[in-house]
Design a binder for this molecule. Structure first.
Ligand SMILES: [Zn+2]
Length: 427
């Protein structure tokens, strides 16, 4: 029954409350499916079945590396190139002149490893509910967000709402390892005027995200017996001035960068060295050090600019060092090369989402930039969509032992997203 009357916030709210038991059961079902990379198939089947049951047009898009290979944002994540599938469902709009445009709700179903099982109170795939929280790997990051999007649609269908513009939802794979799932949907032409990526932001609207580039620095030394130290050159000692210069570059970049949307201005897009491997034997002067790290990209910067800055920093140290000048270190960029992205804070998408949030919570949402990467950059930079991260759950729960999400937060997100859809897609 299409009533074609704007549903009131009260109507939406009580329809969501009616769905609470079904929502909890569905989220438990998703969490109980261990959707590690290459094992996302069963959870995607559950999601596709649910969306079909809601009457949406559902498409299954297989990720194929041969289709993505030529794309500038493609990173081979090392997992199966052709056994992973993405779900895209569409609720076609009526094309009435109302609202702002079409909307894509997006989430990922791949999860990171639970790590040491001994650190978990319950089985990592239990989906157990205790004290108003639902536990398990992927509960917060981000099956809660995917569930919130699906139940916002179910709510709107139940109360007889019909969008004027298309409403889409996509459930993708491969986000944690670089975004090949979201990229698959983009290459297949899935588009909307705006996207809400339902990552756990604790109810904050995040229109800006930093990027990150992975690098490797190989510093040469000259091996000698440790007892004849002066005949060798320690690669560890040669690396130290490089380490100090990189740390100073990171501090200087943050001092010179202003973006009021970041809660911690000293931690927007850090350069962080993650591994150091050097030396062969305790009594041998080390002949090489291999360092790997991540180099942050500020919103507004291109990866090429940042790569040039780090290269310049290394070159300056090399010029001042008698050993390095004749034995220069090698700087390589490998694996993830993730761009930053930004949607203007005064974009109508943010106005609409803020209004829907206020309606449910009684206060304005926080607005924040985030220092980590997510699929948002692909939609904004490579599909021309305005976009934000917004969803239930605290990102500190993501990837942690005993990961959990508060059920009330998920319910509030469903209400907000449903209200946002009405506001944005019109009727
Ligand atoms: Zn996530």
């Amino acid at each position: 029954m299409a009533t074609n009357r704007i549903p009131s916030p009260q109507t939406i709210s009580s329809a969501v409350d009616d769905l609470r038991p079904a929502l909890v059961a569905f989220l438990q079902e998703l969490v109980r499916s261990p959707s590690l990379p290459n094992r996302e198939g069963p959870v995607q089947e559950k999601i596709a079945a649910k969306l079909r049951a809601l009457g949406l047009d559902v498409e299954m898009l297989t990720t194929r590396f041969d289709e993505l290979a030529g794309h500038p944002a493609f990173d081979d994540d090392g997992f199966s190139p052709d056994s992973r599938v993405n779900v895209v469902a569409r609720w076609p709009g009526s094309s009435r002149a109302s609202g702002q445009g079409s909307l894509l709700l997006n989430g990922h179903v791949d999860v990171v490893s639970p790590g040491d099982a001994a650190l978990w109170r319950d089985d990592p795939w239990s989906g157990v509910v205790r004290d108003g929280r639902l536990f398990g790997r992927g509960s917060c990051d981000m099956k809660a967000g995917v569930t919130a999007g699906i139940f916002a649609i179910e709510t709107l269908r139940r109360i007889g709402y019909c969008p004027a513009h298309d409403l889409l939802i996509s459930s993708v794979i491969g986000e944690e390892s670089g975004g090949v799932g979201a990229l698959t949907t983009i290459v297949h032409g899935v588009r909307a005027d705006a996207v809400v990526v339902l990552e756990p932001t604790d109810g904050a609207i995040c229109p800006v995200q930093a990027g990150a580039l992975t690098f490797r620095l190989t510093v040469p030394g000259r091996a000698a017996h440790g007892a004849l130290k002066s005949e060798g050159v320690s690669a560890i000692a040669a690396f130290l001035p490089l380490f100090q210069a990189i740390e100073e570059l990171d501090r200087r970049r943050h001092r010179d960068y202003t973006n009021l949307i970041y809660p911690n201005p000293a931690n927007v897009a850090p350069i962080s060295i993650g591994t150091i491997r050097g030396g062969e034997w305790h009594s041998t002067v080390p002949e090489s050090v291999v360092v790997e790290g991540r180099c942050g990209v500020f919103p507004g910067e291109s990866p090429a600019e940042v790569r040039a800055l780090l290269a310049k920093c290394v070159t300056e140290v090399v010029r001042a060092d008698p050993w390095l000048v004749s034995h220069p270190p090698r700087l390589e960029w490998f694996e993830g090369q993730f761009e930053s992205c930004a949607t203007p804070v005064d974009h109508p998408l943010i106005t609409a989402l803020s209004a829907a949030h206020r309606q449910v919570h009684g206060v304005n949402p926080a607005m924040e930039g985030v220092p980590y990467g997510a699929d948002l950059r692909l939609f904004v930079n490579h599909a021309g969509m305005a976009g934000v991260l917004y969803g239930p759950g605290d990102v500190r729960q993501a990837h942690a032992a005993n990961e959990s999400v508060g059920i009330e937060e998920v319910i509030a997100a469903v209400k907000t997203i449903a209200g946002m859809v009405v506001e944005w897609c019109g009727m």
